[in-house]
Write a protein that binds this ligand. Sequence first.
Ligand SMILES: [Zn+2]
Length: 443
Amino acid sequence: MNNGEYWNPVLETLAREKLQQLQLKKFKEIFAWAYEHSKFYHKLYNDAGMEPGDIKKFEDIKKVPKIEKSMMRSVQGPGKENFPYGDILSVPLEQVTDYRQTSGTTGQPVYQADTWQDWEYSTEAYCYALYAQGYRAKDRIFLPFGYNIFIAFWAYHYAGEKLGCEVIPGGVLNTEARILKMQELKATAMGATPTYVLGMAETARKMGIDPPKDLYIRKITVAGEPGGSVPATRKRMEEAWGAKVYDQVGSTEIGHWGWECRYQSGLHVNEGFYLVEVEDVNTGESIDEPGRKGKMVVTTFNRMAQPCIRFDVKDLIQWNARKCDCGRTYRLLEGGIQGRADDITKVKGVLLSPAAIEEVVRDIPQLSQEYQVVVTKKGDIDDITLKVEILPEYKKDEAAIRAKLTDQLRLTTNLGYNIEFHEYESLPRSQAKSRRFQDQRPH
Ligand SMILES: [Zn+2]
């Protein structure tokens, strides 16, 4: 599958037409597999009057019904066949070797089954990402994440091994112990969420350790939150560590479908392993032109136990017309994941994307990386409060910082905010995904 270096010059530089032929072939295969082996997909396609022979050209893919998280959940769980995976499972239960689940905060998770081959496929996809980010056999990777039932950085761990790097599992250690271990072993790379990357640097400085000078981490792969593609957040992380920071995207149900290469020109979609489509949020019309935002619909080609076919993820993305200097023809996304279709809310009649607020806050060096946005309703009027932390040494500049925040937020989001300054380190911090945006309006 690869030339030993996880840089496949044939696959990764294919002309679009050739690539689409390949994608069509792979799509047909997974469609036929799911139709024949999964009761869930068989019923879905039967009800839509579709069968494998109906997909003849690339455009026919658009006719295939989409799936959503709620549909997967409805056929899974207690009382369902093939517990806990349900009718979506496409292999005998005894072939399943890996269990994961989604980390949603409400209700039943999606239970994800993988065979060993499926898991290798996800890992292989991650290998292409790490290779493109400059990971090589001489790297010593430190993984400061809780090894548990969530997908998080599991594939990063296996991909590191597969590339020949040395992988240190920093599982149950606390942050201080992780930093000391990283220093002791001279680890050169790590993977974590943007929140934790910034939090660790803060902790290190308190311990009298300055990451760029006293640690050896020079490559950081971030995932789980959009920060890696938010320029101001990336800059903070790179300066705090003296390292290059690369965004990487994936999910439990899909696998690891996109990554930034060393040129940091945007997220490359791994189009040899995944089909990513962009659709207009309201009309469902397919968007192929760059610069127009839509929601992502994704298909994983070779994941057999629990196929992921035309999954409506509800993440917002847009194509970027740029050609990357790395030479890959895999398409680029502009600005990574730009929030979720569900997250983009109307406040005072204006569409607000939480990522726009993040960009403004993180671009002001006198503020800590933590912030919170709370939307409430006062009478009939929406009210937004932005809570930020001012760094202790800049307390005297509060008025100037408030003015700058107000101006910048007005410029980028067209909205006015109540700005609250909180004591440094008083806002909640999390090691995993943070929920910094809270919409408390009655629905
Ligand atoms: Zn590139």
